[in-house]
Design a protein around this ligand. Structure first.
Ligand SMILES: [Mg+2]
Length: 386
């Protein structure tokens, strides 16, 4: 039995292609905790906590985590709790992490990704095989336009669509007038070549304002509208009033939240993260509840570096409920960038090979573990003190 032997933590900061913000986010992306786990058979796995202190659940549920909190939680509590556990016994890893410290799903996810990576390498299979197999070999990518100017949004949308992107997500929730204008501009820039969705990150203060604003946007053909307001109750009011399907993100942290969403009829779509529920095993539980209730899903995230994005790709490959294009980065090293922006938020990355992006989709890597190795020289290059 390959037993977990060591769990190391370090912090990196990847350089960003442009500032990427959304409603409520006031800190830079790309400053994240990495976890390197080794078992006594020599298998190595890597994970990441893309924790943002400004990112949490509705009404301050599931508090923000940060590089400081995740490093403390992993090094002081989680690593000690799992030393000696069979690396392939994922449920035991979760039980021990949950018994030593409640909450902190991003810290737990980082450790769990590293466990899955090492476990799959020990069995010489891809991580998605441990999740039950793959229903998709290609993950269509939604490109996210952060809170940028209308002119910049228009230009970036046209550029990424010319690179093959087929779905654009527009961050809204600031000012209804600006929000309607940016949707109009992006639709006129991409025509019928791309689907458009919007994400308000709880930005509208009332359900009425969200409903009014969405009605003005519907003429530009929205695929879905994400988390217009804070709270399952208000989201349900919006969902009942508009035709465009509503997606829950901040309201849908874990499987229990999805049960509440189903009970309140608050959304038709759920945004699954590998991190919000505390790892891939838990994310598959979220997907199972959604599927049982007839909700559809995408995989969404926190603009991970390649290290954590590998987990996104394997979840999207494995979960049958995930039928939508996913808001995951196209993790690309500087040498392979070639002026591209589609799904790209950083000017370099941390993997030995860039992810393969073809006709708007990431090809799921099928090697052992997460299928693409971490480049430790790159990790050293972008390492910072916490
Ligand atoms: Mg969102």
């Amino acid at each position: 039995m390959p037993a977990i032997q060591s769990v190391e933590t370090l912090v990196v900061q990847l350089p960003t292609r442009r500032e990427h913000r959304w409603t409520g986010l006031n800190e830079p992306i790309g400053r994240y905790l990495l976890v390197k786990l080794t078992d006594d058979a020599g298998n190595v796995g890597w994970g990441e906590a893309p924790a943002l202190k400004d990112w949490g659940g509705e009404y301050q549920r599931y508090f923000g985590e940060s590089t400081a909190t995740t490093e403390l939680v992993v090094s002081r509590y989680l690593s000690k709790a799992i030393i000696g556990v069979d690396v392939r016994n994922i449920v035991e890893v979760h039980a021990r992490m949950d018994s030593v410290l409640k909450g902190y799903p991003y810290a737990k996810a980082a450790v769990e990704f590293a466990v899955y990576d090492a476990a799959a390498r020990s069995l010489n299979v891809p991580v998605y095989t441990l999740l039950g197999g793959s229903v998709r070999k290609r993950i269509p990518v939604t490109h996210s336009l952060g809170l940028i100017s209308v002119a910049d949004a228009e230009a970036e949308a046209a550029k990424v669509v010319s690179e093959g992107i087929k779905t654009i997500k527009i961050k809204i929730g600031v000012d209804p007038k600006r929000d309607v204008e940016v949707v109009r501009a992006v639709r006129s820039a991409v025509g019928s070549k791309a689907e458009i969705c919007v994400d308000a990150n709880e930005g509208y203060e009332t359900a009425g304002l969200a409903i009014q604003t969405l009605r003005k946007m519907e003429q530009y053909d929205l695929k879905y509208a994400e988390q217009l307001v804070m709270g399952i109750e208000k989201l349900a009011q919006v969902a009942a009033a508009v035709d465009v399907p509503v997606m829950a993100d901040e309201s849908a942290w874990n499987a229990h939240d999805v049960i509440q969403i189903v009970e309140r009829k608050a959304a038709q779509i759920v945004s699954i993260y590998t991190t919000k529920p505390g790892g891939l095993y838990r994310a598959m539980e979220v997907a199972a509840v959604a599927r049982a209730a007839g909700l559809i899903c995408n995989v969404n995230g926190s603009v991970e570096t390649g290290v954590g994005n590998r987990a996104n790709v394997h979840l999207a490959a494995a979960a049958p409920a995930v039928t939508l294009s996913c808001v995951v980065p196209v993790s690309t090293n500087a040498v392979d960038l070639d002026g591209r922006s589609g799904g790209i938020y950083y000017t370099d990355d941390l993997l030995k090979q860039s992810m393969t992006f073809n006709d708007g989709a990431i090809e799921v890597p099928d090697g052992p573990g997460f299928g693409i190795d971490v480049d430790e020289a790159k990790v050293d290059k972008y390492r910072i003190s916490n």
